[in-house]
Design a protein around this ligand. Structure first.
Ligand SMILES: Nc1ncnc2c1ncn2[C@@H]1O[C@H](COP(=O)(O)OP(=O)(O)OP(=O)(O)O)[C@@H](O)[C@H]1O
Length: 294
């Protein structure tokens, strides 16, 4: 996931993915209520919020893995004149998969497959059930391996990888899909600090240099502040704020959503917002002058 490797991606191909008035229920109980989210080409949108607030459900619904009870999902290609809107729910699975890729939270450990085999799964929408020719496939797989720093693992058995290596391999599979929209559910899980930072850099590169619309669920609010153009904050299945990080990541909004005192300041090193959750024992062990008043 090094900077020089990112130059190997293709030209801009981002799509706009819009969920409007989406409600999702499990067993009749709504867990996402009338959500409106737009993922724009060249932007990173982070879905944030406490456990159980509906982030994954909303992301999976935007990936068509979860059926909505109501609402609509549209795709539009902002590169063509007079951007055409397409009903994303009316596309075939293959048509949709050429436009939108999802890195899910739960991923199986493949057995008997090499890393390259796993990444090649990302090409399935281009090959179809009967193994249609995919002349662009090998180069796309090579690019995806390079972008995720997994080229050196390509011939290894995937079942022998560490959790973090496997995470990058599944991400490579999503990149090999070469979609205009990339949805990532907690992609930094299992990654050590270096790869977390490199993954966030890669996400920014995909948006900035290649125009991809990225929607990502993140728990870490500092990572959110560092990578996001927009933050969608969920609480109890409802979107309670949607805007630039500085508008959404405020002590008041975060404290209300997470139910714990959260302070926000600016990191002098990076210039990004920095958050601190203040626990019961925090003031006992930390000089009061270090904790900004609410
Ligand atoms: N398959 C399911 N069947 C029934 N309820 C579910 C299912 N998946 C999630 N839920 C419930 O839906 C709500 C939203 O869950 P979801 O996983 O979308 O939240 P989340 O914000 O992604 O949570 P987390 O941060 O813990 O991953 C929760 O109350 C959860 O218990």
């Amino acid at each position: 996931m090094r900077a020089e490797e990112t130059s190997q991606v293709r030209p801009p191909r981002g799509h706009r993915l819009t969920a409007t008035d989406v409600t999702v229920a499990y067993d009749g109980t709504p867990v996402v209520h009338q959500a409106d989210v737009t993922l724009r080409p060249g932007e990173v949108t982070v879905l944030a919020g406490p456990n159980g607030s509906g982030k994954s459900t909303l992301l999976r619904t935007m990936a068509r893995l979860q059926q909505a009870r109501g609402g609509s999902l549209t795709l539009s290609d902002d590169h063509t004149d007079g951007a055409r809107e397409t009903d994303a729910l009316a596309l075939t699975a293959r048509e949709f998969s050429c436009r939108v890729a999802l890195l899910t939270q739960a991923r199986p450990t493949p057995s008997g497959l090499t890393v390259r085999d796993v990444v090649e799964f990302g090409r399935y929408p281009y090959r179809g059930r009967w193994g249609k020719a995919d002349p662009a496939g090998p180069a796309a797989v090579d690019r995806a391996l390079a972008l995720t720093g997994t080229t050196g693992l390509a011939d290894r058995g995937a079942e022998h990888l560490s959790g973090g290596q496997l995470q990058r391999v599944w991400l490579a599979g999503c990149l090999a899909q070469e979609t205009g929209v990339l949805l990532l559910d907690e992609p930094t899980t299992y990654l050590d600090l270096r790869y977390q930072v490199e993954l966030l850099d890669l996400i920014r590169d995909l948006a900035d240099d290649h125009g991809i619309a990225v929607g990502v669920v993140l728990h870490d609010l500092d990572q959110t502040a560092a990578v996001a153009d927009r933050v969608v904050l969920l609480h109890d299945g409802r979107i309670v704020a949607d805007g630039a990080p500085a508008e959404v990541l405020t002590p008041q909004r975060l404290t209300a959503a997470y139910g714990i005192r959260i302070e926000v300041d600016t990191d002098p090193l990076t210039g990004h917002l920095r958050t601190r959750a203040v626990g019961r024992h925090h003031t006992r062990t930390t000089p009061e002058r270090l904790i900004p008043s609410s």
